[in-house]
Design a protein around this ligand. Structure first.
Ligand code: 5GP
Ligand code: MN
Length: 325
């Protein structure tokens, strides 16, 4: 019996040139997965181009191949296939999504709850702790031999999307794949140190300011804070350095929903984290966003204060729904 991973590996294995697209604001899972798949293809002598409309956050530049990731793509390049990595809809690839229009084969690889099921070949499993769990068998079929760089990309993807293997989504499959990657020469402690112990001081100054502005709902179940352009100006941090803040809020006892509101030039970006029966995805979907039960996001319309107020209303509704279920 062939699996979706087999079919995708076999189809990609026949291509001359594959385009691999990351979603906007790419994370370690998305970047590590596209880079691993691109590397598996290029070790076979195939061409692979990795695109990321938002570039590569500083913390992930250590990933093997990250310096080859393109923000823009040449108009005259012809691709035989395009891989949408963790894109619930094609437009999640941002400005680069338009480059897929002329590509004959679309591959959709995702583990988010609200994937639209687009594309010719689909590897989809919302129970996967990281999309890297779905990419690993494709990579293994394309390039069966061990490769330390590819394994490092996939281990970074697993490690970052599972909170260093702490989240409830972690299963035997996650750890079996991690063990295979370690067997191929990837080092969990090295990847951890590169991502989490290599921060500029500005990141911690921004965290300090954000924690200083922490707010809690009267019942203590909702925690939130903000990152404004003024806070970036004062600390010298870039917005991408806000990545760990919302996770820190979830550490508070009794908090079921943690939120970070980021004042971006193109809107208020909202990051949601939830626990137990509460669905972060349901909250994000009410505003046209998406994600997982435990982690989701969306872009809010209006001023920072308006978006905070609208989101709190939906959160209260979701808390009542979760209590009733
Ligand atoms: P983060 O808060 O780390 O940016 O995102 C948490 C999760 O929600 C990630 O899996 C991310 O891909 C997803 N997500 C964030 N923003 C959006 C959005 O606007 N639309 C969709 N569909 N998913 C999002
Ligand atoms: Mn992911």
């Amino acid at each position: 019996m062939t699996t979706p991973a087999d079919r995708i590996a076999d189809a990609l294995g026949r291509c001359r040139h594959v385009l691999l697209l990351n979603h906007v604001s790419p994370d370690g899972d998305c970047l590590g997965s596209t880079l691993a798949l691109a590397r598996a293809l290029s070790t076979r002598g195939q061409r692979a181009t990795v695109g990321s409309a938002d570039g590569v956050p500083e913390v992930y530049r250590f990933l093997p191949g990250a310096d080859g990731i393109r923000r823009e793509l040449p108009d005259d390049a012809a691709y035989d296939a395009v891989v949408f990595m963790e894109c619930s809809t094609p437009d999640r690839a941002g400005a680069l999504a338009a480059r897929a229009a002329a590509v004959p084969l679309w591959v959709n690889i995702d583990h988010h709850l609200n994937n639209g099921g687009f594309g010719h070949l689909i590897a989809y499993d919302a129970t996967a702790a990281a999309v890297a769990e779905l990419v690993h068998p494709i990579v293994r079929r394309l390039a069966p031999g061990p490769d330390r760089q590819t394994a490092t990309c996939l281990l970074c993807a697993l490690l970052t999307d599972t909170g260093s293997f702490r989240y409830p989504a972690v299963t035997q499959r996650t750890l079996t794949i991690a063990a295979d990657l370690v067997g191929q020469g990837a080092h969990p402690s090295e990847v951890y140190a590169r991502v989490y112990e290599n921060r500029p001081a500005t990141t911690l100054r921004l965290l300090g300011q954000a924690l200083g502005r922490l707010r809690l709902s009267p019942d203590g179940r909702v925690a939130w804070t903000v990152v404004t352009q003024a806070m970036l100006g004062e600390t010298g941090a870039a917005m991408e350095e806000s990545e760990g803040i919302v996770g820190a809020l979830r550490a508070i006892a009794g908090v079921d929903v943690a939120m970070l509101f980021k004042e971006d030039p193109d809107g208020i970006r909202v990051s949601l984290r939830a626990r137990g029966a509460v669905s972060a995805n349901a909250i994000a979907e009410a505003f046209g966003g998406g994600g997982h039960a435990a982690a989701a996001g969306f872009t809010g319309r209006g001023t920072l204060d308006e978006v905070v107020r609208q989101t709190l209303e939906v959160v209260e509704r979701e808390l009542r729904t979760a209590a009733a279920s």
